[in-house]
Design a protein around this ligand. Structure first.
Ligand code: CAA
Length: 283
């Protein structure tokens, strides 16, 4: 099957980034979200990034217009009907994702592949919501999507070789480097990254260091581009907590218990950059 039309569910920081890289690769893109204001914000973000690319001489104004012209937006999932491949990048919440997959299964044509950008929910559990489990797969992009080279591809038990190959080839077409992971909570990326971030929050909680010192140690001592607390703010503290909960429940192992301070920040609505306050404050 040749993928020509690519659907993206969710126009937030991951969804609009995925829509941008798909449109830049030449695909027709349909990007949806539940509210028009979310879709408009997603399009504004893409327009801003492409505008900067034009200023930097990385693309021409005509190329920018052509990319934008390939992205259609909608607030109705029914408009995903023509899509050959759909990536769901909705909030990291199981019941919401399950409902989206049940809906897509009845809306999309039988050959269409349904992928999830979930950061930790087992793909097999998502695939079981559909009547096409062989066509369900994990396609996990990293934030910020236009910059980060990796796509982590997760095969569920029922995922077919054809679905895997189409996903691998699409990742390469998007200019990314794919890596394969088995279907266990957190996969590879968040099995390793999130306990490190959680431990950094424990360091803050136990008073081992200030947020600045913790981040400086990891930036300058380990050559990480950002400290773990600044990275948590970029990812979203609600997403970090959701992933730790999935690891904790999935492995029944206390080494994955979320730090109480992380939970406290989330309960206070301090979710990181997107709300203007997390471990740091943002204008
Ligand atoms: N969208 C698009 N482009 C962006 C961007 C964004 N949100 N943020 C930065 N960029 C671009 C800049 O425009 C700049 O482009 P040029 O080289 O063309 O000028 C380039 O990226 C570098 O940006 P800056 O100079 O402003 O800043 P930087 O060098 O510090 O890089 C960063 C910023 C890329 C975010 C870098 O700090 C970094 O790599 N941080 C770590 C990010 C990371 O670990 N991401 C994975 C998170 S985990 C995840 O996503 C998975 C999950 O499931 C939770």
């Amino acid at each position: 099957m040749e993928v020509k039309t690519f659907g993206v569910i969710g126009a937030g920081q991951m969804g609009n980034g995925i829509a941008q890289v798909a449109a830049m690769s030449g695909l027709q893109v349909i990007m949806s979200d539940i509210k028009d204001e979310f879709v408009q914000r997603g399009m504004q973000n893409i327009t801003g990034i492409l505008g900067k690319n034009v200023e930097k001489g990385k693309m021409t104004a005509q190329e920018k217009d052509a990319v934008l012209g390939r992205i259609k937006t909608t607030t109705s999932l029914n408009d995903m009907a023509p899509a050959d491949y759909v990536v769901e990048a909705a909030t990291e919440n199981e019941p919401i994702k399950f409902q989206i997959f049940r809906d897509l299964d009845s809306i999309c044509h039988p050959e269409a592949i349904l992928a999830s950008n979930t950061s930790s929910i087992p793909i097999g559990r998502i695939a079981a919501q559909t009547r096409r489990p062989d066509k369900v797969i994990g396609m996990h992009f990293m934030n910020p999507v236009p910059v980060m080279k990796l796509v982590e591809i997760i095969r569920g038990l029922p995922t077919s070789d054809e679905t895997f190959k189409i996903t691998w080839d699409l990742s390469v077409k998007f200019g990314k480097t794919p890596a394969e992971s088995s279907d266990y909570p957190g996969f590879i990326a968040n099995r390793i990254l999130m306990p490190m971030i959680n431990e950094a929050v424990y360091c803050l909680y136990h008073g081992v260091g200030t947020k600045e010192d913790i981040d400086t140690v990891m930036k300058l001592g380990m050559n990480h581009p950002m400290g773990p607390l600044a990275l948590a703010d970029l990812i979203g503290l609600d997403t970090c907590l959701a992933i730790m909960e999935t690891l904790f429940a999935g492995f029944c192992d206390s080494k994955y218990r979320p730090c109480p301070l992380l939970r406290k920040y989330v309960e206070a609505g301090w979710l990181g950059r997107k709300t203007g306050r997390g471990f740091y404050e943002y204008k």
